[in-house]
Design a binder for this molecule. Sequence first.
Ligand code: NAD
Length: 254
Amino acid sequence: MRLKDKVAIVTGGANGMGRSTAVLFAREGAKVVVGDVDDAAGAKLAAEVEAAGGTLTYQRCDVSDEAQVAALVATAERVFGKLDTIFNNAGIEQQVTPSHEVTADLFDRVIGINLKGTFFGCKHAIPALLRNGGGTIVNNSSVSAFANVGGNISYASSKGAIMSMTRVLAIEYARRNIRVNAINPGVIDTDMNRRNKALSTDPDAVEEKWRTITPMGRMGTGEEIAETVLYLASDQSSFVTGIGLLIDGGRVAT
Ligand SMILES: NC(=O)c1ccc[n+]([C@@H]2O[C@H](COP(=O)([O-])OP(=O)(O)OC[C@H]3O[C@@H](n4cnc5c(N)ncnc54)[C@H](O)[C@@H]3O)[C@@H](O)[C@H]2O)c1
C-alpha cells in the first residue's frame, strides 16, 4: 500500500477526479479528509469508502473561504493526528464567453475558488506538514495553463497562476522536506465537462472537438488522474518537486 498510515486531504473530493483520488488514496491505506460543498455526494462517498474498509471523513469546506480551509486542516490533525499530503483539487469552470464580456464578478468567482482556494489549501497545509516533518502538496492546474481553445479567460488565468504558485512553494520549502507539484489534466470525463457540453448549442460537436484536439482520440478518466496524483503525493516521486505533470493524451505535444 503506497499511502499506508498517511493522512491526506482532498478538496473538491466529493465528485469527479477528486472523488477518484480520494477512493484510491483510501484503498492505498491513507486516512482521508474530503472537503467539498456538495454535502450529499460527500456523505455518500464517506459511506462507500467506510463500507469498503477504508477511512474517510467528509467535512463541508468552501475553499474560497479561508476559515473553512483552516478548519479542514485542523480536522485532519485533530481526528487523525497529523497531515502528510493535500490535493488542492476543488475548481469550477468558466462558461465560454468572449473575454471582453466577462464581468468582474465572474472573474472574481473563478479566481476565488480555483486560485485563492489553492493558495488557502497550501497556506494552511504547510504549517501542518512542517509539524509532521514534511509531506507533499499536489495542486490541480490544467492543460489550460499551456494550451487553450479560447473563451475561458478567468479559468485559464487561474490555472496558469497555479503553476507559478507551485514553483514558488516548491523552491521555498524544498529544504524543509515539503514537495509541491501540480497536475495538468487534458479533457477528462467528469461532471465539469458534462456541464460544459450541456451549455453548448451543439454538444456532439463539442465532444468531437475534444477528441480531435487530443491525439489519443478520447477523454481521460478520473481513475487515470488519481494514479498520477498518487505518484506525486507518495514517496514514489521522492526527488520530484516544482513540476506540472501533463495527463492530456498527447494534447500539448501537438
Ligand atoms: N474535467 C476536466 O477536463 C479538467 C481538466 C483540467 C483540470 N481540471 C480541474 O480538475 C479539478 C476537478 O474538476 P472535475 O473535472 O473533477 O470537476 P467536477 O465538477 O466533477 O468536481 C469538482 C468538485 O469540486 C467541488 N467544488 C466546487 N466548488 C467548490 C468550492 N468552492 N469548495 C470546495 N469544493 C468545491 C464540486 O462540488 C465537485 O465535487 C478542477 O480544479 C478542474 O479545474 C478539470
